[in-house]
Design a binder for this molecule. Structure first.
Ligand code: FAD
Length: 376
């Protein structure tokens, strides 16, 4: 009999996992609280861009998806470091030729994965459905739609791919002996655009990850296909409220942002400040009924650019464990946690260390003398 898996959350982890589960012959129902990203216009679905690395690419490649995505990504061949005096040194990535990162819009990635998953037999997406309750013994969920209607569903297992503030995790661990450690960084972030020039060309080197290092403010920018770049300004939380003249503030610390970030004042006023959260937890599953994947079980600070990549990598490991234990979901979930958790714990540490490297050390002569930047 065909087994049915309910996936909560259609982010990178939930959408890729649905493709893997379909290949193993499961019937898959994915419930996502947000609307279908394919039906939103550009403004409604303003999308962040993410750095895709070898781990994420491998997870996509195993299903032949990287070929579909390739026209939608911009390669980042190294790190361009913006120094106060105007110098812009470039450090190529990787010990091996061709080792690079790719910048991809979250919307493009998700849309590609949803299209692929939906084309497989047995996969259905239910957008605009928010999980409100989980019965972990019955693998049953209660959801509420955008029209406030209640929907219930049950399967052989529920997978929580619902991100750092996972409801599935909260319901699964309630009353059990479970460890849970959540940290908020004392810095937040805001997105700021570097638009393309009037003739459509990029205003700065396109195929690079741009970094403006600084002890009390840090900017990282990824390129987009339209020759713009999306910058992320990281600052201590209280500084966001104190800054009354963002153009002056940034021009003093990072002089070249004046000619690059044309909508700075408007975007600074309008864009929300995001939180940066890390999560470590155990256990990742409840018997053969519930399991967690992606940020729901291991969220990291974004300074290594590996959160999504490791969420994608989870899918390949869980898929392998399902293959090793074809008739025992509980054994597959336990093996998946055993194999994955040591890696994601290390990634948590590295992501915290890289915050200090980008912020404090990148401007040092020792770091600037480096010929290559190692990738994870
Ligand atoms: P999410 O992307 O959070 O997706 C969870 C999904 O579940 C969402 O669609 C949400 O709407 C849905 N959901 C939540 N609750 C419910 C509910 N109750 N019912 C139904 N659906 C629900 N990672 C990288 O690898 N590279 C980068 O360059 C990078 N840059 C980053 C920059 C910033 C500023 C930040 C904050 C993060 C960055 N990350 C990066 C991390 C990356 O965004 C996350 O690790 C990744 O999105 C995790 O994917 P996920 O599918 O596990 O969770």
């Amino acid at each position: 009999m065909t087994r049915r898996i309910i996936v909560i959350g259609a982010g990178p982890a939930g959408t890729l996992l649905s493709c893997y589960l379909a290949r193993r012959g499961f019937q898959v129902d994915v419930y996502e609280r947000r609307p279908d990203p394919r039906l939103l216009d550009e403004d409604e679905s303003r999308s962040i861009n993410l750095g895709l690395s070898a781990r994420g690419i491998k997870a996509l490649d195993d299903l032949g998806l990287m070929e579909t995505l390739r026209p939608l990504v911009v390669p980042m061949r190294g790190r361009a470091i913006h120094l106060p005096g105007g110098a812009l040194p470039f450090q190529p990535y990787g010990a091996h030729e061709g080792e690079i990162l790719h910048s991809v819009l979250r919307r493009d990635l998700i849309t590609t994965l949803v299209d692929h998953a939906e084309a497989q037999p047995g996969v259905r997406f239910h957008f605009g459905h928010r999980l409100v309750e989980l019965d972990r013994e019955a693998a049953a969920v209660r959801l509420v739609t955008g029209e406030d209607e209640e929907v219930t569903a049950a399967g052989d297992a529920v997978i929580g791919a619902d991100g750092v503030f996972s409801r599935v995790r909260a319901h699964m661990q309630r009353g059990l002996r479970a460890d849970f450690h959540q940290e908020f960084l004392e810095w937040g972030y805001k997105e700021l655009t570097i638009p393309a020039a009037d003739d459509g060309s990029p205003r700065t080197r396109l195929e690079a990850l741009h970094v403006w290092p600084g002890e009390d403010a840090l900017i990282v920018a990824h390129p987009n296909r339209d020759n713009s770049l999306t910058g992320t300004l990281f600052l201590p939380f209280e500084r966001f409220d104190e800054i009354t003249d963002p153009e002056r503030f940034l021009a003093e610390r990072f002089p070249d942002t004046r000619e690059l970030m044309l909508y700075l004042a408007k975007e600074f006023a309008e864009h929300p400040v995001g939180h940066l959260v890390s999560v470590r937890t155990s256990v990742w599953h409840h018997r053969d009924r519930v399991a967690l994947i992606g940020d729901a079980c291991h969220a990291v600070y974004p300074f290594y650019g590996q959160g999504m990549n490791s969420a994608l990598e989870d899918c390949t490991v869980l898929d392998r464990c399902l293959g090793d234990h074809p008739d025992d979901l509980g054994a597959a979930f336990a093996a998946y946690q055993r194999l994955r958790k040591p890696h994601t714990d290390v990634l948590d540490e590295l992501s915290k260390q890289n915050f200090v490297e980008l912020r404090d050390r990148l401007r040092s002569p020792l770091h600037l003398a480096r010929k290559k930047v190692d990738l994870l």
